[in-house]
Ligand binder design. Structure first.
Ligand SMILES: Nc1ncnc2c1ncn2[C@@H]1O[C@H](COP(=O)(O)OP(=O)(O)OP(=O)(O)O)[C@@H](O)[C@H]1O
Ligand SMILES: [Mg+2]
Length: 614
C-alpha cells in the first residue's frame, strides 16, 4: 500500500468507480438468504432446508456414500448369524460357508474406510460452504444496516450471532443430517429383515423397544436440566471474566484487587459445585442407563433363545436379533438425545434472522448522481427525534452553509450538536424537512458516493489495532508515505512519530491504547485530512486535554478549516475562534449565530458561555 517517501510518491487518487465495485464473493447466496429469511420468518425448518438449495447433487452423492458406509452394521449381524448356524449345524459345507461369509464381511468392513471419508467429504463440503456463506451474508448485511440499528443492538450479541449461532447451525446440519439419515436407514433395514424372517420377533420389538427407550429417557431428563444449569453458570462466569479484565486498570487504580478476586471466587466456586453435582448425576444416570439397557438386552436374549428352543428361529438368528435390538434401542435413544441439539440449532437459525431479516437498512436511493462535491450544505426546516423517544431533539432547524465555509456549533451537553452532524453524514434521516447537499436533496443521493468525499472525526476516536499508517490511510488504496507525513505534520504529530523506533509502522495496540487522548484525536484528524475531503465533520471530544495537546489539536483544526467546508462541534471555545461563523445551540435550536467577534460584541448567550469557561 505505502511506498517509501524517497521513491516515486503516488498520488492519492482513487476513482469513485473503482471503489464502488461490490465484492462478488458470496453475493449470490446473500440475496438467497435475504429472500429465505424474509419469506419464512418463523419457520426455521424451512429456512434450514433452503440453505441446501443448489447442493442437491452433492447431497445425493453423500447419501449414497453414507448407505455404503453404514452397510457393515446391517451385514455383520447376518454374517455372524450365518457363521454361527454353520458352526452349530456342522454340515458338510460348513467351512465353505464360514469362509464365504468371512469374505463378504471383510469386503463390507474394508469399504467403510473409503466411503466414510467420501461421505464426509461431500456433506462436510456442503455444510462448511453453508457456514461460510452464511457468515459472509451476515457481515454484508451488518454493513448495510443503519447506524441506528448498531447503536441499539449490543455488539456482543451480534458477535455471538456470527460466531456461535452459525456454529450451532453447522453442527445441526452436520450431526443431524447424519444421525437422522442413519436412523431412517437402520430402522428400515431392521424392520424389513425382521418382518421377513420372523414376525413374532418383530412384534416383540414393537412392544419392548419403546418401553426400553422411555425408561432410559425418564432418567435422562434431570441430567439435561443439570447440564443446562451448568452451562448457564459457565456463560455467566465468562461474562464476569470479561468484565474483570476490562476493569483491571480501574480496580488497580483504586487498590481493589482483593474485591475483584473475591467477586470472581464466588463465580468460580459456583462452577466447581455445579460441575461436581453434574459429574455425580452423570455417573449415576450413566449407570442406570447401562442397567436398563443390559436388562432389556437379556430379556430379548431369553425371548429369542426360547423361540430357538421351540425351533422357530435358528441359533444364529438369536445373535442377529440381539444385535438388531441393541441397534434399535440405541438409534431411538440417540434421536431423543439429539433433540436438545436440534432445538438449539433451530433457535440459532431464528437468531440469525435478527440480522438477516432486519429491515433497518440504510436507505440509499442514488437517484441523482452527485459528481464532484463542492461542499454547499443547507438544512431546511429539519425536525428530528429518535425513534424510541417522544422528545424532539431538533425542531425546525434551518441553516445554510456555503462551500468552503467553516461553521462551529457550541451549546450545552444534549443540545443536539452531534445530532446535527449525524444528520449531515446521513447516519440518521430527518423526520421532517430536508438536507440539501450542493442543492440536491440528500435522500436522492448515493450516500456512499457522498461519504467518499467527506471526512468525519467522531466524538470518540476509533482506532483499530494496526500501525499508525494503517490507521491514517484506512481504506485508501494508493497512499504514499510522503502523503502520510504531510498530514502528520499538519496535525503536529511529527515529533511523536519521529521518536518511535518503527516510525509510521509502529503498532498502536488494541484501539490505539498506546497513545494519549490528544494523540489519538490527532490521528483521527490526520485520517480525515489525508482524504482531501470537500466537507469535514469534526465532533470535538469532551474529554479534557492538557494545554499543549489542546493547542496542537487547535492547530490541526485550523488546518482543517482552511481547505473545505467544515462542521465543527467545539467544547473548548478557544478552538472555534477561527471559524467563519459560530452557531450557538440550545435545546435543538440555534439561538445565536455569527462570527466570534460579532457574538462577543452582542453579549448574549455565547458571551455568557465564554465567560463561564475563562
Ligand atoms: N440514540 C439515541 N436515542 C435516543 N435519544 C438520543 C440518542 N442519542 C442522543 N439522544 C438524545 O438527543 C439529545 C441530543 O443529543 P446530542 O448527542 O446531539 O447532544 P450533544 O449536543 O452532541 O451533546 P454533547 O455536547 O454532550 O456531545 C440528547 O437529549 C440525547 O439524550
Ligand atoms: Mg455530542
Amino acid at each position: 500500500m505505502a511506498e517509501k517517501a524517497e521513491g516515486k510518491p503516488k498520488k492519492n487518487k482513487v476513482r469513485w468507480a473503482d471503489r464502488r465495485r461490490v465484492p462478488e464473493e458470496g453475493l449470490e447466496r446473500f440475496e438467497e438468504y435475504l429472500q429465505t429469511y424474509s419469506r419464512n420468518r418463523n419457520h426455521p425448518v424451512k429456512i434450514l432446508f433452503s440453505f441446501y438449495k443448489g447442493t442437491q447433487a452433492k447431497l445425493l452423492k453423500a447419501c449414497a456414500y453414507l448407505v455404503l458406509q453404514r452397510s457393515p452394521v446391517w451385514v455383520i449381524p447376518i454374517v455372524t448369524s450365518n457363521i454361527i448356524n454353520a458352526a452349530t449345524n456342522r454340515s458338510a459345507d460348513a467351512v465353505e460357508i464360514i469362509l464365504f461369509n468371512l469374505l463378504i464381511a471383510l469386503v463390507f468392513i474394508i469399504q467403510n474406510a473409503g466411503t466414510n471419508y467420501l461421505a464426509t467429504r461431500e456433506y462436510a463440503g456442503v455444510n462448511r460452504g453453508i457456514e461460510g456463506s452464511l457468515r459472509n451474508a451476515m457481515v454484508r448485511k451488518l454493513q448495510q444496516l443503519s447506524i441506528m440499528f448498531h447503536k441499539e443492538v449490543q455488539s456482543g450479541r451480534l458477535q455471538s450471532k456470527i460466531m456461535r449461532d452459525v456454529e450451532n447451525v453447522t453442527e445441526l446440519l452436520n450431526q443431524v443430517f447424519r444421525t437422522l439419515f442413519f436412523f431412517v436407514l437402520d430402522i428400515s433395514v431392521v424392520v424389513v429383515i425382521t418382518l421377513q424372517k420372523s414376525p413374532v420377533v418383530f412384534l416383540f420389538f414393537v412392544v419392548v423397544v419403546p418401553f426400553a427407550v422411555l425408561t432410559m429417557r425418564a432418567f435422562r431428563r434431570p441430567i439435561t436440566e443439570k447440564n443446562r444449569e451448568f452451562r448457564d453458570e459457565v456463560e455467566h462466569t465468562q461474562g464476569a471474566v470479561a468484565e474483570m479484565l476490562e476493569m483491571i486498570p480501574v480496580a488497580r487504580a483504586h487498590g481493589l484487587q482483593e474485591v475483584e478476586i473475591s467477586k470472581m471466587n464466588t463465580y468460580l466456586n459456583r462452577i466447581v459445585n455445579r460441575g461436581y453435582s453434574l459429574d455425580l448425576i452423570n455417573a449415576l444416570f450413566g449407570a442406570v442407563n447401562w442397567v436398563v439397557f443390559q436388562a432389556f438386552q437379556v430379556i430379548c436374549l431369553a425371548f429369542t433363545a426360547y423361540l430357538a428352543c421351540k425351533g422357530e428361529i435358528s441359533v444364529g438368528e438369536v445373535v442377529l436379533y440381539q444385535t438388531y435390538f441393541g441397534s434399535l434401542v440405541s438409534q431411538i435413544s440417540t434421536l431423543i438425545n439429539i433433540y436438545p441439539q436440534i432445538s438449539k440449532g433451530l433457535e440459532s437459525v431464528k437468531s440469525i434472522g435478527d440480522i438477516m431479516g432486519e429491515t433497518k437498512v440504510e436507505q440509499n436511493n442514488s437517484i441523482v448522481p452527485l459528481g464532484e462535491l463542492k461542499g454547499g450544505v443547507e438544512f431546511v426546516n429539519v425536525d428530528f427525534k429518535y425513534p424510541d423517544s417522544e422528545k424532539w431533539v431538533l425542531k425546525d432547524f434551518s441553516l445554510k452553509v456555503e462551500p468552503g465555509e467553516s461553521i462551529a456549533f457550541v451549546g450545552d451537553s444534549g443540545a443536539g450538536k452531534s445530532t446535527v452532524l449525524n444528520l449531515l453524514i446521513g447516519f440518521i434521516p430527518p423526520v421532517n424537512g430536508k438536507i440539501l447537499i450542493d442543492r440536491i436533496n440528500m435522500v436522492n443521493l448515493d450516500l456512499n458516493e457522498y461519504r467518499h468525499q467527506i471526512a468525519v472525526v467522531p466524538q470518540n476516536t476509533i482506532l483499530f489495532s494496526g500501525t499508525i499508517i494503517d490507521n491514517i490511510a484506512y481504506g485508501l488504496k494508493d497512499v504514499s508515505e510522503a502523503d502520510v507525513w504531510e498530514v502528520i505534520r499538519k496535525v503536529g504529530l511529527e515529533d511523536l512519530v519521529e521518536k518511535l523506533p518503527e516510525g509510521l509502522h509502529t503498532q498502536l495496540g488494541e484501539h490505539g491504547d498506546k497513545l494519549s487522548g490528544g494523540q489519538r484525536q490527532r490521528i483521527s484528524i490526520a485520517r480525515a485530512l489525508i482524504r482531501k475531503p470537500k466537507i469535514i465533520v469534526f465532533d470535538e471530544a469532551t474529554s479534557a486535554l492538557d494545554s499543549v495537546s489542546e493547542k496542537k489539536v487547535q492547530e490541526a483544526t485550523n488546518e482543517m478549516m482552511k481547505n473545505c467546508t467544515t462542521f465543527l462541534v467545539a467544547h473548548r471555545l478557544s478552538t472555534i475562534q477561527n471559524a467563519d461563523r459560530i452557531a450557538v445551540m440550545k435545546e435543538g435550536h440555534i439561538v445565536e449565530i455569527g462570527s466570534y467577534e460579532e457574538l462577543m460584541e452582542k453579549k448574549g448567550y455565547f458571551y455568557e458561555l465564554k465567560s463561564l469557561q475563562s
